[in-house]
Design a protein around this ligand. Sequence first.
Ligand SMILES: [Zn+2]
Length: 367
Amino acid sequence: MGLLSTSSARLEQHLWFRCIAPIIVLGLLTYATWSFCHQLCYNAIYRKFGQRSVAIGLMVGEIILVLFLIFIWFQMVLIGPGRQPKLLPYKIMPEDESDTDGEAKEGSQGTRQSTNPPRIYQCDPQGYPIWCTSCQSIKANRTHHSSTLGYCIPRFDHYCFWIGTVVGRKNYRLFVQFAFYFWAFAIFVIVSTASFLPRIIRSRPHIPRVNPNILITLGLCGMATLMVGPLFLAHTYYMMVNRTSLEIIATKRRSRATNTWLCCYNPVDGLRYVFEFKALEVQDFWNKRNILTNLKEFLGNNYLMWFVPFGTNIKYSHPKSSDVADVLGPYQELCGKRLYDELQHRIETGNYVAAFKAFGDINMGEN
Ligand SMILES: [Zn+2]
């Protein structure tokens, strides 16, 4: 799915460009910390009002929150969005004579050159899987090639300009947690500043005027709240209905390029059917119609770790076979029963683009 505009993607390939926004964010965080701790907590609360324990408590709280944010950020970049494991071409056509008995073909290095197609995969209108020429691999469902990083990202969400990294399957939980704690940080600064501001204004004979840094920091945190709050809420909603930002963006572009085709094996007649979907229909592919099931697909099964921003919920171990489900492991996207029912209905009503017999399905049987 080549959905991201190429001009912005080309700029993002330059490391210096990707660093600009994160440096600005880090600079503003540093400035807010200095302004909050020195101007508000030390000069006003500690020295003028003499509330030493309150001042120290607020300073410690602010610094801990900032360090916590940087720690989550660091993990997000270090862990990365994840990389889709290389998928061999699917056996659609027989490769050569020796292959017609259904045995695995061994390459010159003794590696398998193709693998049986999974029951359902994203394809072109002819039913062939989507191939990434850069990665020399099939793109699994929901995978998108990132030109910024130069490889295929499973469940690609978006390139985050402010934090300077791609958000995908592996670091998505950290991203949502970062948005939440950033929101909490901004609210903490606003509430603490606002509760002392009337007193600072009243004590005019002692302080000539309210230090402008306190007001600037208040304004910055107000802006951050308005930006990050809705972002966090939007992503919470996306997780509840099992959508990615990329899938949301696709519906806003009305070009034909946003159509998606699915190829699905029908165990009843042993044929494969190709179905065409509009972007709006694609949005609902992965929705399991159960909020908790959807949330777990993004945040993992451990409820405690939904709130603890440490590490990733994706644990990839090397595959034992070249079977697609085995190779993808935790990166495999699961289709709900609802989607299969919909496809079955489409077969019955003749609402499909093509039907064919795939070579790799011959020994597949009922699964
Ligand atoms: Zn790729």
